[in-house]
Design a protein around this ligand. Structure first.
Ligand code: PLP
Length: 408
């Protein structure tokens, strides 16, 4: 089937708005073949995927080791039964706990990140008996029930009324949090590095202060590691850069290598009593599918110290090369910020960033900009990217900046 026909069908039955928008900017990518860092449009055009669905493809597209684990699991397993005891769920929970600080060892599985956030908020409200949930203005935790309620007005408005008790505060501003947190606060929830806000790395001591405020008010500290988890920042978990131990950690995206959906809400042992007393209070038919568990276990095996060291090496490589490009094109100023391979390329204005997204697309690099700060291009290459592939990305950025300079 040709590309036009697919786009027509998609417009007819799935999303006419998306098709219209992508066609308008001539960036209608219809993924076809995919492998490693590469993603091919159905026309045959090749891209290096530097979006990676926000971390889903950390280990590249169709990673062979994860595919083999899933294929093997499929010979004996299916999704399992969410009412019953499960060996793969138990094994994965044990393996996940080993990557987290001591005590963070209770796992509730989900299918999507939004669902896992909802679960975290349910749990926080249940164990504190309090209503209020504080989150970041411009942050993003998903489009499901409670996750949506933590987010910005523009996404909530059409679906009002929202559940009560949700309030947003500026991110990385401890005084603002201190002024609203009180004895009604069930939880404070933040992404470690909010991507939608523009890949904002908070001050080194911010989360420590957040944790102290939560402790002072007996509120739970929830960290959303959906994008920052599984090595994306050069540490297994993003929060490890900030020397804190959250009460609940939410993970998704990269958890199963983009092969089989699975997410998790991992919480401290001291709250296990609630699920023990109410074992059926939260259930999810597909949550923690047994085949997904095998995908996630393969991912955990791959997220070893070698991968983390590689991410750190590539972080330095990209930062150095990008800084060199920035000084080579002073007429298109941009800065680079972020941790590991979760980088933001911040341009002076929105239009320049949008042009760059388009030029990079034309030059075979797929990126997106941050919804709540469109001056910032989200630059999330696969963690397994080699120096040779990184050089191809840099050549595309160079070419795009040159084209931009010539158009000025
Ligand atoms: C930080 C963060 N949290 C939660 C979510 C929601 O995940 P999902 O789309 O799997 O529901 C996302 C999705 O982009 C995200 O980036």
């Amino acid at each position: 089937m040709d590309k036009e026909k697919i786009m027509d069908l998609y417009a007819q039955h799935v999303s006419p708005g998306k098709v219209e928008m992508y066609k308008k900017y001539d960036i209608a990518l219809v993924p076809h073949k995919r492998r490693g860092v590469y993603l091919y449009d159905i026309s045959g055009k090749r891209f290096i995927n530097c979006h990676c669905n926000g971390g889903v493809f950390n280990l590249g597209h169709r990673n062979k080791i994860i595919m083999d684990a899933v294929k093997k699991a499929m010979q004996r397993y299916d999704i399992g039964n969410h009412h019953l005891i499960s060996k793969p769920k138990a094994l994965l929970a044990n393996k996940l706990s080993a990557t987290l600080p001591q005590g963070l060892n209770q796992v509730i599985y989900g299918v999507s990140g939004g669902e896992a956030i909802d679960t975290a908020i349910k749990l926080a409200r249940a164990v504190t008996g309090r209503p209020t949930v504080l989150s970041a203005i411009g942050g993003y935790h998903g489009h499901t029930g409670f996750a949506l309620a933590t987010g910005d007005e523009k996404f909530k408005k059409p679906f009002e009324p929202m559940p009560p008790g949700f309030q947003q505060v500026p991110f990385n501003a401890i005084d603002a949090l201190e002024s609203v947190i009180d004895d009604k606060t069930a939880a404070v929830i933040f992404e470690t590095i909010p991507a939608t806000l523009g890949i904002v790395v908070p001050n080194k001591d911010y989360f420590k202060k957040v944790q102290a405020l939560c402790e002072r008010h007996d509120a739970l500290f929830i960290i959303d590691e959906v994008q920052t988890g599984f090595g994306r920042t050069g540490a297994m978990w993003g929060f490890q850069h900030f020397d804190v131990t959250p009460d609940i950690v939410v993970m998704g995206k990269g958890m199963s290598g983009g092969i089989y959906p699975i997410t998790a809400t991992v919480y401290k042992e001291q709250y296990a009593y609630f699920i023990k007393e109410n074992p059926f209070i939260h259930i999810s038919t597909f949550g923690g599918s047994e085949i997904g568990c095998f995908a996630a276990m393969a991912v955990l095996d791959l997220c070893d110290s070698n991968l983390l060291a590689h991410v750190q090496t590539m972080e330095n490589y990209f930062k150095e090369k990008l800084a060199a490009l920035a000084s080579h094109y002073p007429e298109t100023p941009f800065t680079v910020h972020g941790l590991g391979l979760m980088l933001g390329l911040a341009f002076h204005d929105e239009m320049t960033a949008l042009f760059m997204v388009k030029l990079l697309y034309d030059n075979g690099v797929y990126v997106v900009y941050s919804g709540n700060d469109p001056r910032v291009i989200q630059f999330l290459p696969p963690l397994i990217i080699t120096k040779k592939e990184a050089d191809m990305v840099m050549a595309a950025i160079d070419k795009s900046l040159e084209a931009l300079s010539q158009s000025k």
